[in-house]
Design a protein around this ligand. Structure first.
Ligand code: PLP
Length: 395
């Protein structure tokens, strides 16, 4: 990976892989809003296509603004290279398309982002790909399901929305033993709280829509590979399938990522105060937050994450009837899907983000009807607590 790297994540989010604009010295990377790049002469055009000249050709294949974002994110995750995609789902489908063949088999985390599972079960299944989405925190179960045609271990940890963890080091050992690739969707943690490639993963992906951009105003995704051969394979598929990122979008994400460390820290502080507050509230039946000592995998969280994040899930004693009254009553938190923005968001996965997963499979994955998901933002925690308090009063 080319480009500057620093010791502190606070510096890396701002400067890693970044150069000032070579033409005028602009401190912010310019938006190269162009679809194509003029060649000096015919030989240069031929050299670029043949890879003898590294200059740009056409924006679907590569663009300087997008490249600045990719260089930054590759350094944050510790990969050899990054590929920015139009959306997080374009990152997921690029990984599936590049790394699976006809008749391959995948083992994935049951409580993963709903569409990552749905696209596998309804679209990739049409090409003979099969998948088992299971509780990947049970590694014995994962190993029993490995077959000769299994290619990918597709892990989300903490899982969406249950916040169940999967042991990434153990998955990496299993992947090595059985010659599988380990792919991790790291959207919930961001590279600041968890670096799967350091723990042995082969590929990491993100929905940039969430923490990395962080302002609820852009959609985007990224795929990051540990090694060059895998990176080239993913890059080839992305360029051909066309799910690449637009330069204007890349510039907005570059602007967002600069405050990632500040935002993650602030939101995490809020969650660390709100999780015990909710757990102690008389109307709350249960709370799942990796930072609570009562979380069944609190020790694993400490060993593979450098912070517990800002996602909390909980259920009320009155079930979803009471939960619905609560989410209808919040005033500061927005009732909206998505997560990882500076504003706090609350939603009901069973009827919203995970409504596409059949009820039986959803409940099997721990996404019960009473589960409410809260993405804690960067507001003052006293205001958030007051908002939750008045909404719980009405539940
Ligand atoms: C949102 C999300 C995605 C999909 O990203 P989009 O940008 O909405 O396409 C994938 N994985 C996780 C964990 C997500 O939260």
């Amino acid at each position: 990976m080319k480009g500057k790297t620093f010791r502190s994540p606070y510096t890396n989010v701002i400067h890693a892989g970044q150069e000032h604009d070579p033409q005028f010295g602009g401190v912010s990377v310019p938006i190269y809003q162009t679809s194509t790049f003029a060649f000096r002469d015919a030989d240069q055009g031929a050299d670029r296509f043949a890879g003898r000249d590294a200059g740009y050709i056409y924006t679907r294949i590569g663009n300087p603004t997008t490249k600045a974002l990719e260089d930054n994110l590759a350094i944050l995750e510790g990969g050899c290279g990054a590929l920015a995609t139009a959306t997080g789902m374009a990152a997921v489908t690029t990984v599936y398309t590049a790394l699976l063949d006809k008749d391959s088999h995948l083992i994935g985390t049951a409580a993963c982002y709903g569409p990552s599972r749905t696209v596998m079960e309804t679209e990739f299944s049409r090409f003979g790909v099969t998948a088992d989405f299971i509780d990947t925190s049970d590694l014995g179960h994962v190993e029993r399901l490995i077959r000769p045609n299994t290619r990918l271990l597709y892990i989300e940890t903490p899982a969406n929305p249950t916040l169940i963890l999967t042991d990434l080091r153990a998955c990496a050992r299993l992947a090595k033993k059985h010659n599988l690739l380990l792919v991790v969707d790291n959207t919930f943690s961001s590279p600041l709280l968890q670096r799967p490639l350091d723990l042995g993963a082969d590929v990491v992906l993100h929905s940039l829509t969430k923490f990395i951009n962080g302002h609820s105003d852009v959609v985007g995704g990224v795929v990051i590979a540990r090694e060059e051969a895998l990176f080239k394979k993913l890059q080839k598929v992305l360029r051909l399938m066309g799910g690449t990122m637009d330069p204007h979008q890349a510039w907005l994400v570059l602007r967002g990522v600069k405050t990632l460390a500040l935002r993650v820290e602030k939101a995490q502080q809020g969650a660390a105060e709100l999780a015990p507050y909710l757990a102690a509230h008389p109307k709350v039946a249960w709370v799942n937050y990796p930072g609570l000592p009562s979380h069944p995998q609190h020790e694993l969280a400490k060993s593979q994450m450098s912070g517990f994040g800002s996602m909390i899930c909980f259920g009320l004693k009155g079930g979803y009837g009471a939960g619905k009254k609560m989410i209808n009553a919040v005033k500061l938190c927005a009732l909206a899907v998505s997560l990882g923005g500076i504003e706090s968001l609350i939603q009901h996965p069973a009827s919203m983000t995970h409504a596409g997963v059949p009820k039986e499979e959803r409940e099997g994955a721990g996404i019960t009807d009473d589960l409410i998901r809260l993405s804690v933002g960067c507001e003052g925690v006293e205001d958030l607590r007051a908002d939750l308090e008045q909404a719980l009063d009405k539940a």
